[in-house]
Design a binder for this molecule. Structure first.
Ligand SMILES: [Zn+2]
Length: 299
């Protein structure tokens, strides 16, 4: 008799836990990589969740979209932007390439938010503590270290507690940061619409350390175009290439790499660093049939 009540209670709790995910999923847009502010409000009202709780509950949903064929370790990230939008991030690994081609879940998240014009991330929930590389990447957008980091079953902590005595953009004399809104992009009147998009992506890059802006435009088989801007980091290595940022946009639209038909890289004439060799290497693995070319411009 004494075992019966705890068993019923356990079954009741299990039912609640098991039913939570489908209910939340039914409230999400078909593509949850960006949840617009109005929809976030609706979900919070309907579910009675606090936004921090919602972020944590979105982690397993984000994880289901991860693409880690090397480690099989799925990272899921969700974050609230100042706009009220919620963004998701996942890790991307690439078979046959060095591990530094990997896009970490947190990098994906920030690139995804930046691709949608977000200028500040307020809170971020991650499936496990961020690696050192990602703590440094976060520091590029929040040098004050106030960013709230939520990990399931752990009390919330600020970025500064994960990364004390941080080295960042301010140490290199920078006043802007990774999410500072780029200048209004002009029209370049390029003959090729794809080159125009790659040039616009290059213009919007964050390359304060090398002043070597670069951008990618990917055209999918159905003609849809995805842009990616080069994003640097004060510690150099945690930055991400324009192709990686464009692949973030591509994956965040639930596309498969085989759907890439054409890729253009635009770089600045006389730049100190070039993305050409690494772009070629990564493309050869993810979309070997895609047409690839580069253009140099002065801007
Ligand atoms: Zn990481």
């Amino acid at each position: 008799m004494s075992m019966k009540r705890p068993l019923i209670l356990f079954m009741f709790i299990s039912t609640i836990i098991a039913s939570e995910k489908p209910i939340l999923e039914s409230m999400l847009p078909p593509n949850p990589f960006v949840i617009p502010a109005e929809q976030v409000e609706e979900i919070l009202q309907a579910s009675g969740l606090e936004v921090e709780e919602l972020l944590v509950q979105l982690i397993p949903i984000a994880q289901s979209f991860a693409r880690p064929p090397i480690s099989n370790y799925k990272v899921g990230v969700s974050a609230l932007g100042k706009s009220g939008n919620i963004y998701l991030g996942v890790n991307l690994e690439f078979l046959g390439l060095p591990l530094n081609s990997t896009v970490h879940g947190e990098q994906f998240l920030i690139a995804n938010a930046r691709n949608h014009g977000e200028t500040e991330i307020v809170a971020v929930a991650i499936s496990a503590a961020p690696c050192g590389h990602c703590r440094q990447f976060f520091n590029e957008m929040d040098t004050s270290g106030k960013l709230q980091i939520l990990i399931p079953n752990v009390p919330p902590k600020s970025l500064s507690s994960f990364l004390p005595e941080a080295f960042g953009p301010k140490d290199l004399g920078l006043e802007t940061n990774l999410l500072t809104k780029p200048d209004q992009c002009p029209l370049f009147n390029e003959e090729s619409p794809l080159v125009e998009k790659a040039l616009q992506a290059a213009f919007s890059s964050y390359a304060p350390y090398t002043e070597s802006k670069s951008g990618i435009a990917i055209q999918a088989v159905d003609g849809k175009v995805y842009m990616g801007s080069y994003l640097e980091n004060a510690a150099f290595n945690p930055g991400i290439s324009p192709l990686q940022t464009a692949l973030v946009a591509f994956v965040a639209d639930l596309r498969e790499y085989e759907e890439i038909s054409e890729v253009v890289l635009v770089e600045q004439k006389g730049a100190k660093v070039s993305q050409k060799a690494t772009t070629k290497a990564l493309l050869r693995k993810v979309a070997p049939k895609a047409k690839f070319y580069t253009e140099l411009r002065e801007f």
